[in-house]
Design a protein around this ligand. Structure first.
Ligand code: DAT
Ligand code: MG
Length: 148
């Protein structure tokens, strides 16, 4: 089953939005398979955001993502990569539709509450950056038979 990496960023943690974010993905029908509150090192931040190295906002991005705890998660379900990106909304909260996480809770691009993988390749890469294989729970939810 498809998996993705999602993370409540330091602004979301500070603002008490972990529960709100988790709740949206739970209610949608996705399955949480791993989660932890952690502080990202400079090294992990650079690997995670490697595609943005050299861009003008990169130093501030690393400073921000390492500035406080994040809530890192792995979620599973049919189409979870694409659907979770839709639920997050556009990168810039000012362009994100109301009803999306960034549209409902963010105001500026550099503090946009949530990260989510954008492809199968990035999901696999990001999950393995943040979690060991043995941290991913394999379990059945009885509610799945009412979702699928
Ligand atoms: P996304 O997080 O939607 O995948 P991205 O990968 O293009 O967006 O950028 C990663 C993060 O970097 C984004 O969530 C916020 C920050 N960022 C992107 N563009 C920015 C910009 N022009 N100015 C400041 N921060 C930016
Ligand atoms: Mg991205």
């Amino acid at each position: 089953m498809e998996k993705t990496f999602l993370m409540v960023k330091p602004d979301g943690v500070q603002r008490g939005l972990i529960g709100e974010v988790v709740s949206r993905f739970e209610k949608k029908g996705f399955k949480l398979v791993a989660a932890k509150l952690m502080t990202i090192t400079d090294e992990l931040a650079s690997s995670h955001y490697a595609e943005h190295k050299g861009k003008p906002f990169f130093p501030k991005l690393v400073e921000f993502i390492t500035s406080g705890p994040v809530f890192a998660m792995v979620w599973e379900g049919e189409g979870v990569i694409t659907t979770s990106r839709q639920m997050m909304g556009k990168t810039n909260p000012q362009e994100a539709l109301q009803g999306t996480i960034r549209g409902d809770f963010g105001l500026i691009v550099s503090k946009n509450v949530i990260h989510g993988s954008d492809s199968i390749t990035s999901a696999e890469r990001e999950i393995s950056l943040f979690f060991n294989e043995d941290e991913l729970q394999v379990y059945k939810k009885d509610s799945d038979s009412w979702i699928y």
